[in-house]
Design a protein around this ligand. Structure first.
Ligand SMILES: [Zn+2]
Length: 351
């Protein structure tokens, strides 16, 4: 099992999540590998910071028995793009790919200007980059403000059009600039986006386009946010109205997406309640999610593709499967409370 989209924070944000704790939870959830996103503090946008991160992860990976990979973050500087393309070439598969925030989310790494986005695709094409480019696609000009008194307003503040328009931008820019890697649309939340991708594939674009769906977008809805504690479900892109969530889950069960990605992003409770931080924990619920999909009739071989095989094929390297990983993940037996992260004996794995 591979989760190719988690946030492990650490460093200046160790109160939210740490590399050690995140990898330990991933291991308990039965995962063989996680790939970490670069909007850390400081961000993983320079070779030196990336190497420091790899050294940190290496210290705990062997002990925990899990594979760790990371995405290098992109900025609007052409020199920086070249630097991380080289880092990817030299450090792959520890550096699994690149990440572009085509809209602001946690960490304020958004590259929202269309010409800056174009410049990135141009640099990647010139450098002959053939790896994965994961994109957070929400078009900034479509984003509004939310009303904390009515949490589900977050869904209207970041509407479906923001995702669809941004994905259309990414496909067009990639095509016009001659991008030849894999354009991955992270945490797809709108069924219509799948239509944009199908249409692009139909035009025989010279690059591959993939997408992932999170458990929270597949199961939870904007309406859930208006229930007690619902503000804790604030996440980017937002949970969608039930009519869209149902279609998204159906698309996942039909094997229309490439993989499941949790977008695991815990925050301290205060950051959620008073700081209105976006992001939810995902790793502790991974086994439950797989059980739900199997109960809904997903074929085990499709589940294997969505959780392992497709990720290996697209990223181009294999991740050793630990014999006990799959069955353990599906058994639902946790050594800790998945909601609080606290062990049965009262200890906390953070310690
Ligand atoms: Zn994310």
């Amino acid at each position: 099992l591979i989760d190719p989209h988690v946030h492990l924070r650490d460093w200046d944000q160790a109160d939210q999540e740490t590399v050690r704790h995140g990898l330990q939870v991933a291991r308990w959830a039965g995962l063989d590998a996680v790939f970490e996103m670069p909007n850390t503090s400081p961000p993983l946008t320079s070779r030196a910071t990336i190497e420091r991160r790899i050294a940190l992860a290496d210290r705990v990976c062997g002990e925990i028995g899990i594979t760790h990979g990371l995405y290098a973050g992109l900025t609007s500087s052409p020199d920086q793009v070249r630097e991380v393309v080289e880092a990817h070439a030299d450090l792959y598969p520890r550096v699994v790919g690149l990440k572009l925030f085509a809209g602001h989310s946690t960490g304020h790494m958004g590259i929202v200007d269309l010409e800056d986005q174009r410049s990135i695709y141009r640099q990647l094409a010139r450098a002959g980059y053939r790896g994965v480019l994961a994109v957070h696609a929400e078009k900034e000009s479509h984003l509004g403000t939310w009303d904390p008194a009515r949490p589900s307003s977050h869904a209207r503040a970041r509407p479906p059009e923001a995702e669809v328009a941004s994905v259309e931008d990414q496909v067009r820019l990639a095509e016009e600039e001659g991008f030849c890697g894999v354009l991955h649309i992270a945490h797809l939340s709108v069924p219509r986006t799948l239509g944009v991708m199908r249409e692009a594939r139909g035009r025989r674009i010279p690059f591959r386009i993939t997408c992932g769906i999170t458990p929270h977008h597949a199961l939870l809805t904007a309406e859930d946010m208006d229930r007690p504690g619902g503000a804790l479900l604030k996440v980017n892109p937002p949970l969608r109205p039930r009519c869209l969530q149902v279609q998204l889950l159906a698309a996942l069960l039909d094997g229309e997406v490439d993989w499941i990605e949790t977008d695991h992003a815990p925050h301290a409770l205060e950051a959620k309640t008073t700081g209105h931080a976006s992001g939810v924990p995902g790793l502790p619920f991974y086994p439950s999610f797989l059980r739900i999909l199997l109960a809904r009739g997903l074929h085990p071989s499709t589940l294997d593709d969505l959780t392992h095989g497709n990720v290996e094929r697209v990223f181009g390297f294999s991740v050793p499967r630990r014999a006990h990983a799959g069955p353990r993940a599906l058994s639902g037996e946790y050594p800790f409370d998945p909601f609080s992260g606290v062990h049965e004996d009262g200890s906390c794995p953070t310690a």
